[in-house]
Design a protein. Structure first.
Length: 255
């Protein structure tokens, strides 16, 4: 398979970053491009969620652009280049798949994941805590999921789902107590505990909390737009009872 367009893309970016290239591209740094990396990744995820392959192809191109741009900037600074990036991930994949590229025998996906974690731990011996390696840039919800999974791998887990529900209920009780005290700081702390406990409920049931909330957001937005469409007067003029009735109609007419 030839990669003519990929090679030409690398050349285009190199030209844009050259002295005779584009001033905007030449001014970019790893830090200035940080928001772009996040935005393009999220837009690619949106395309996946919409099952829109044409859109996904476009967004993956935008993600690839970010990878090549960062690699080009690093190359100019004498740090690394795109070839180094490719070699690094290639070597990592080969090392972490000894059942494919080596002689290790596995019987299930669980065996593969356990072996992956073992090899990863060997690669990152500098990490002293199970909490090391959690991204500081990802959303709080995604971080909570990661923290929870890492804790569980050490054996720190509820004995059953019933005890997890008890934990969630107790957090709600503590939030109410903080509210009764009118202690905003304490309320914020307890609300955080509620959210973290609910993330654990999602993990316990093998549900991605981030995806669940994204879907809930989209569902609410869709139903709210339907409410705006059905309303016979401005929403601001509706009573609670009228809002409730309109919401029920919107809910019935949307999936």
């Amino acid at each position: 398979m030839e990669y003519k367009n990929l090679e030409e893309l690398i050349g285009v970016i190199r030209t844009l970053r050259s002295p005779g290239g584009c001033q905007w591209d030449r001014e970019q740094t790893h830090n200035s491009l940080r928001p772009n990396m996040l935005e393009e990744a999220y837009e690619a995820v949106d395309a996946i969620d919409d099952n829109d392959m044409s859109h996904l192809k476009e967004e993956l191109g935008d993600v690839l652009l970010q990878v090549i741009l960062h690699s080009q900037i690093a190359s100019e600074e004498g740090e690394f280049n795109l070839e180094d990036v490719a070699k690094g991930i290639k070597d990592k994949l080969i090392h972490r798949h000894p059942h494919v590229f080596g002689n290790v025998k596995v019987n299930s996906t669980d065996d593969i994941l356990a072996n992956w974690d073992k090899l990863k731990a060997e690669e990152k011996k500098h990490r002293k805590s199970a909490m090391d390696g959690i991204s500081k840039a990802q959303s709080a919800l995604m971080s909570a999921q990661k923290i929870s999974k890492k804790a569980v791998k050490t054996g720190f887990e509820w004995p059953d789902e019933a005890s997890l529900y008890e934990c969630i209920y107790s957090e709600f009780k503590e939030f109410k107590e903080a509210k009764a005290e009118n202690d905003k700081e304490h309320m914020e702390e307890e609300l955080g505990d509620i959210l973290f406990a609910v993330v654990n409920l999602a993990r316990w049931n093998k549900i991605d909390a981030e995806q669940a909330l994204l879907k809930a957001n989209k569902k609410f937005e869709k139903r709210f737009r339907k409410m705006e469409e059905l309303a016979e007067k401005p929403l601001q003029e509706l009573s609670f009872e009228e809002f409730d009735e309109l919401w029920k109609k919107a809910k019935a007419q949307t999936s």
